[in-house]
Design a protein around this ligand. Sequence first.
Ligand code: HEM
Length: 467
Amino acid sequence: MFRYVKLEYPEIAGQGLVYMDVWPIGYPIIAVYNPNMMAQFIQENSLPKYWAMPQVEFKYFTGGEDLVNLDGPEWKKARSMFNPGFSAKNLLSLVPDMMEEVLVFRERLRKAAASAEVIKLTNYTTDLTVDIVGRAVLGTRLQTQVGPNRLMQLIKSQLKLIYFELDLPKQLNPLLPLKNWVYNRMIKKELAPYILNAAQNYEKIVGPKTIVTLALKEYVNEVQNHNARGNIPSEFVERVVKHIKIFMFAGHDTTATVLAYIYYMLSKHPTEAAKLRAEHDEVLGPDPTAAAGLIRADPNLLNKLPFTMAVLKETLRLFPPVGGSIRQSPPGHFLTHPETGVRYPTHGFMLHSSASTVLRDADYWPDPDDFVPDRFMTRDESDPWHPVKNAWRPFEMGPRNCIGQELVFTEVRLILALTVREFDVEEAYPADAPSWMGLKGYQVANTEAISTAHPKSGLPVKVKARK
Ligand code: HEM
């Protein structure tokens, strides 16, 4: 929407921002289009998240007490606690676990290819990313690729109750608090055993650090007495549950849509697909079935796939699952246009960094609507194709950027390395399906539950085995 506002009103938007009062449908908003002006409230001075995020959107889901919504010293403490889970070293040690899940995914693609049926690609990629995030967060196999998982079903059902802006059926539903209370109870019941088990057996835990073990580390340091660990206070369990829920939510839906879009883009751009496969042949050898063994033996091979990374970055540029950040501006706050020096007051508005607009803005990207992974291959800063500073921001920037981005880089490279040489996908939208910007798989909002921007109709495709 913000992108089309900019295209429709280029003179206003050219000033770097647009004020929109959409009350009572939504909150009064300032959409910021200039990356340097974004930096003023996202990077140089990271303003707190907009009040309605913790108090309305996530009020029942976590009460705002999670890494996405917390602010100030509490956020800082939580971020430092979870950062080690996303270090390059820890993520590489997670590769064998992730691989087990990717091999299930590959098998499902094989079956889909053999059946020649039309599948919704995002259903497959979502199950996969849920299973991967289950490994990273809980250190367990959720096996949603094999059958429904109760924990994930509960989380998804609760997400359907969330609203942010005007939504009368939800807002006026007298049962909303009760339903949320029941979901919170059931989810806590599902998650508590992981937390209690980790507390009891903390010293024996081996393998990669997970969100649960990292949270427990803090607790174990506080309570040295081993016997006390059997009686973990309920408030502590609740605190960890809230973090787990937000990680499970933030960590699957986003990656699943990007993955689906990558296969979609490769199907539309055979030259780029051929380059990607050539890179995999070169780094992982010509036999695709040997790749899993090679990567298991040396996960670092994933760091030697620059074109694969460029494909991921370019897909995120064209189809960012998250539109940007929303922040709370304090009284007396201004944004200054870097060239004109004009100062714009912001207080009283929801301050939005419209990353999705910048990512396709012709001022920063040559041929902004084209799929050109090579723009991320150039190292020469004077090259007009070299990305402009602050313009590539699908994970946002500054201290509140996405903690999970390295996990995304690792898992997507792994998944592509184990699948793109074996399969092609072919879009299977009905012949009369509408298209937008030349694509039937354009991005849409999920009207059912809060989530990220999804490909229309879950991206129906036919999977074909490559010879
Ligand atoms: C392609 C995939 C992903 C995209 C595009 C994405 C994007 C983003 C963006 C734009 C933000 C900033 C949100 C804001 O300012 O309100 C964010 C924050 C966050 N993301 Fe991601 N994300 C992805 C995957 C993940 C994964 C895999 C995880 C974890 C397993 C994760 C966990 C988080 C968390 C916890 C935050 C809050 C960080 C903080 O404020 O300290 N994300 N993400």
